[in-house]
Design a protein around this ligand. Structure first.
Ligand code: PMP
Length: 460
């Protein structure tokens, strides 16, 4: 007999601690169980269709139900379902994928190290930066500077790099040697009348001071997302990356580009680094690398970093780092096919083209009474709600308007993501013009209802 307890929504509640979920609220609400996906759409167990306006978690670039990725995985699983890459072993998909990634990557990358998640890749980046400096006889050059509101994952080191309170609070993070510099959000943090360029100069100056204060011989690396994602979709001010890179180079500080969201076309360029002329020493990729059909991440490094590491492995006798699933054959085979689709269908150009509609229609909402700022580039964007457009004062309680809007979107068949009172957009790169307009129509309906609700509560 059907009952609440044996519905999938509440069987889930009985057994599952969810990531990024209020566990007690989940016990009351039950799970939203998604059953299948096709193109830009997913369907719940009642058969209701949703546009996946965040591509899952900023990741399903080629859309759901892509048969070529299913075939690539199945063929590889049938041929060689698993092999590792320890102790000189390799297999064709990981070799071919490395060749491809080195050909596409920003900067001059020399080698690829495989992991399974963005967090693991960033954890590995921290370890390699430390290993590299030990190898070079600079045991004090260990500090890594990330940014407030940056997102780099949730493992102990990558969670420390992340600059968001939820990821530190009560987890006893950040660990030692990880520091955070200012967030490059002009709308929120620029002084009155300060231009983007002036703001960028001030932030670069702050970074320079931080490195001088700590001692350049103790600062090893700077990590950043070209366009910040999970911290609220923050597009850096003009000249920011140029100035930040100059400071890093002056102090012999490695630059790590976290391309986990930006990579493979999201910003309308192949990588966010291409958009801003970033010449990284290390590049982190995941998410759209396989369109998240299988877990895979890659950490690329330049020749200088590789040489430091390689010399040390020769001295010690081995490289004491690696995962059972590093370069997993099915995941690397799927990544290769996924990149082929991105190239064949020119999805980077599509991101730029449909992104233009996304940016234009969202920016047309700038005068809406709830909207403080609309921001984004290519096919990533956000709308931030504020209580007072003039003073930019946030709503009290924080997040309630964002949550209400998110819920209304879902009611109208659109899944987005609310980061407090900021609603983020990041649809699959395959979206076409009609679908993009449909997505925005659904959002505008939800936004109108959110305004009615805020008015009824005396908030707007
Ligand atoms: N870096 C960035 C820029 C991310 O957006 C994310 C995930 N949202 C991560 C790292 C961490 O990836 P994962 O969740 O796969 O550990």
């Amino acid at each position: 007999m059907a009952s609440r307890a044996n519905s999938p929504e509440f069987r889930d509640v009985a057994v599952h601690l969810h990531p990024y979920t209020n566990a007690r609220k989940h016990e009351e609400k039950g799970a939203m169980v998604i059953e299948r996906g096709e193109g830009i759409y997913v369907y719940d167990t009642a058969g209701k269709q949703y546009i996946e306006g965040l591509a899952g978690l900023w990741s399903v670039a080629v859309g759901f139900g892509q048969p070529r990725l299913v075939k690539a995985a199945a063929d590889q699983l049938a041929k060689l379902p698993y092999y590792h890459s320890f102790a000189h072993k390799s297999h064709e998909p990981s070799i071919a994928l490395s060749e491809k990634l080195l050909q596409l990557a920003p900067g001059k990358m020399s080698k690829v190290f495989y992991t399974s998640s963005g967090s693991e890749a960033n954890d590995t980046a921290v370890k390699l930066v430390w290993y590299y400096n030990n190898a070079l006889g600079r045991p004090h050059k260990k500090k890594i500077i990330a940014r407030i509101k940056g997102y780099h994952g949730i493992t102990i080191a990558s969670g420390s790099l992340t600059g968001l309170p939820y990821n530190h609070r009560d987890f006893d993070l950040p660990i030692a040697n990880i520091m955070h510099t200012a967030c490059p959000h002009h709308y929120r943090y620029a002084w009155e009348g300060e231009s983007e360029e002036e703001f960028a100069s001030r932030l670069a100056g702050q970074l320079d001071e931080m490195i001088q204060r700590e001692g350049p011989d103790t600062v090893a690396a700077f990590i950043g997302e070209p366009v910040m994602g999970a911290g609220g979709v923050i597009v850096p001010p003009a000249t920011y990356w140029e100035k930040i890179q100059k400071v890093c180079r002056k102090h012999d500080v490695l630059i790590i580009a976290d391309e986990v969201i930006n990579g493979f076309g999201r910003t309308g360029k192949l990588f966010g680094s291409n958009l801003y002329g970033i010449e990284p020493d290390m590049v982190v990729m995941s998410k759209a690398l396989t369109s998240s059909y299988l877990p895979l991440s890659a950490l690329l490094m330049n020749q200088k970093v590789y040489d430091g590491i390689a010399d040390n492995t020769a001295k010690i006798g081995t490289f004491g780092h690696g995962f059972t699933a590093s370069g997993h054959p099915a995941a690397t085979a799927v990544a290769l096919e996924n990149i082929k689709i991105i190239e064949e269908q020119d999805l980077v150009a599509n991101a730029a083209k449909q992104g233009e509609i996304l940016q234009r229609r969202l920016r047309a909402l700038a005068d809406h009474p709830l909207v403080g700022e609309v921001r984004g580039v290519g096919m990533i964007a956000a709308v931030e709600f504020v209580a007072d457009k003039k003073t930019k004062a946030p709503f009290d309680p924080a997040g309630a308007v964002g949550q209400y809007c998110f819920d209304r979107c879902q009611e109208h068949g659109l899944i987005l993501r609310n980061l407090g009172d900021t609603v983020a957009f990041c649809p699959p790169l395959i979206i076409d013009e009609a679908q993009m307009n449909e997505l925005l129509d659904r959002f505008e309906t939800a936004l109108a209802e959110t305004l009615d609700w805020a008015n009824s509560k005396g908030m707007a």
